[in-house]
Design a binder for this molecule. Structure first.
Ligand code: SOE
Length: 358
């Protein structure tokens, strides 16, 4: 079969695009970067020069990129408030898209985007990146094969440190509600929610959450003073899931010494699994398992070698989805939509102080 090269137009040339999307597009034999868009003209031109994108394919307005005949698929890496309009414009133009998380600012927007995408039958992907971690895929498979029996508990931590006062991070968009929606919750907590749902293959039924902010003012980017932080620095929540699973989460940007640390402990009737990320220097994702009578008695958790089979790549998965070869694992808009409903419910619960049903 002839291999189809997908010509990609990327919108939003910030950290996540430079660190993850662009290298991923570059790695994939099925993707070719043909157009770029950013509201920052200097960044746009510097990026275009660096990557050899000719000036006619550098756009300040995302509508122009989407309507460009040399763009087959749209790659959306903007701040959160722009995900929805760009994705909707891609759908209206009948172009497949991938979009960063959280998919939208509200569940209402996510519902509209999911419906419009479904109506057009467009290939799409939501960038819940940790679904591509081999340890997470291995854990998911072990649970699906019944290796730890009935799951009772899952406990997930997602910790970073860049909010701490000593890091002196200015008022970037991730601290401004009108651009980000929520803080640590929408940025890190949405990954945690998705990863637990993915690994366990169960839906959330109700949540209760608590959010807080430690640093209420940060330096403005232009150096003209300070501005208010109006989103959460940390967020802790509990959730009930289908089939009696009781889940708890701790999410913060104030965890000293942490980079991009995640830990998910899953306890079942016949065994337990611990997934971790960035727990040891120079090591990415890891999995430990305790199963069988001898290990249970000895409280022995064994680190497992992860078979090659579980390795995958985010941008290659997008190429595969556009080429009609979804692996059944990468997140799609319905996953982003479900995620956004839980994020909104946690925010509602943090306001009201009570449980919110889904
Ligand atoms: C924030 O620091 C961030 O870059 C998130 O926005 C990403 O989604 C996460 O994967 C890594 O951390």
């Amino acid at each position: 079969m002839e291999k189809k090269i997908i010509r990609v137009g990327s919108v939003g040339l910030g950290g996540i695009w430079n660190g993850v999307h662009q290298p991923g597009i570059d790695r994939s034999p099925d993707l070719e970067l043909t157009a770029i868009c950013d509201i920052d003209e200097k960044k746009l031109n510097e990026t275009g020069e660096r990557l050899g994108i000719d000036p006619a394919h550098r756009f300040l307005d995302y509508h122009d990129l989407i309507n460009c005949p040399d763009v087959d698929a749209v790659d959306i890496c903007t701040p959160n408030d722009v995900h929805f309009p760009v994705a909707m414009a891609a759908v209206e133009a009948g172009k497949p898209y991938d979009v960063e998380k959280p998919v939208t600012m509200t569940a209402e927007e996510a519902d509209i985007l999911a419906k419009a995408t479904e109506e057009k039958g467009l290939p799409n992907m939501v960038c819940f990146s940790y679904r591509f971690k081999a340890a997470a895929r291995f854990a998911k498979d072990l649970i699906a094969r019944g290796k730890i029996g009935q799951v009772y508990h899952v406990d997930m931590q997602y910790f970073q440190a860049w909010g701490l006062p000593r890091a002196e991070c200015p008022l970037v968009w991730r601290y401004v509600k009108k651009h980000t929606g929520s803080g640590a919750l929408g940025d890190l907590g949405c990954h945690a929610l998705d990863l637990v749902r993915f690994v366990l293959d169960k839906e959330y039924t109700r949540v209760v959450g608590h959010t807080g902010t430690y640093v209420n003012e940060r330096k403005l980017l232009d150096g003209s003073g300070t501005g208010p932080v109006d989103v959460d620095d940390f967020c802790n929540y509990m959730a009930d899931m289908e089939d009696g699973v009781s889940a708890s989460f701790q999410i913060t940007r104030f965890a000293f010494g942490r980079g991009n640390y995640q830990r998910m402990e899953i306890y079942g009737s016949e065994g337990a699994i611990v997934y971790s990320l960035d727990a040891h220097q120079g090591v990415d994702d890891e999995i430990e398992v305790c199963s069988g009578d001898i290990n249970a008695e000895a409280h022995a958790y064994t680190s497992l070698h992860i078979p090659e089979y579980y390795y995958s790549d985010q941008m290659q998965s997008f190429a595969d989805i556009v080429n009609g070869k979804w692996d059944g694992k990468a997140a799609r808009i319905q996953d982003g939509q479900a995620n956004q409903h839980v994020v909104d419910a946690i925010l509602e619960s943090a306001e009201s102080g009570g449980w919110v049903s889904l």
